[in-house]
Design a protein around this ligand. Sequence first.
Ligand SMILES: O=P(O)(O)OC[C@H]1O[C@H](OP(=O)(O)OP(=O)(O)O)[C@H](O)[C@@H]1O
Length: 178
Amino acid sequence: MSDAAAVERGRRAVLEHFRWIDGDADTWSMLREPVALRAIVEGIAATAADDRPDVVVGVESRGFVLGPAVALALGVGFAPVRKDGTVFPGPVVEQQTGPDYRGNRRTLSLRADLVGSGQRVVLVDDWVETGSQALATAALVERCGARLVGIAVIVDEAADPARAALPGIRSLVRGDEL
Ligand SMILES: O=P(O)(O)OC[C@H]1O[C@H](OP(=O)(O)OP(=O)(O)O)[C@H](O)[C@@H]1O
């Protein structure tokens, strides 16, 4: 069972600190305040705990901030999903995304030696909208012989087609609450 009190503390922190800035979502300011940062990290971890991950993955760049913190809270390790042909030594699998919320297509990469065959993987990020990056991450994880069993984010604004194709999305708030 997830820790409902921790999820609620995370949710309150997001609703208190979230801002729109010139029409763009600001999910950085909420991480600046230490009590909110802890509440958000622990809240995401509480939502993800039921998925019993062996490893957390996070997509560059906001997933690199939240992912390791949530992994620490869950007592598991972290593996990065990098974007767009960056130097990434080791046995790498690559996957192109569909158009994201800005219409951009990305090439995501994951090191196959960091995700073990048969492992349960949870994706941690700040936001899911079109689901393009989450879908590509699911494909990468599968090609490593593992399985994406859940997605844990601050904000769930997932489009219906992506939601149907993805594992369960757990979030602190929905997009229409912001
Ligand atoms: O559901 P989607 O349409 O794929 O969008 C969600 C993704 O987009 C955002 O990242 P962004 O590409 O803005 O990169 P950033 O974290 O470097 O700002 C967000 O952090 C997710 O990773």
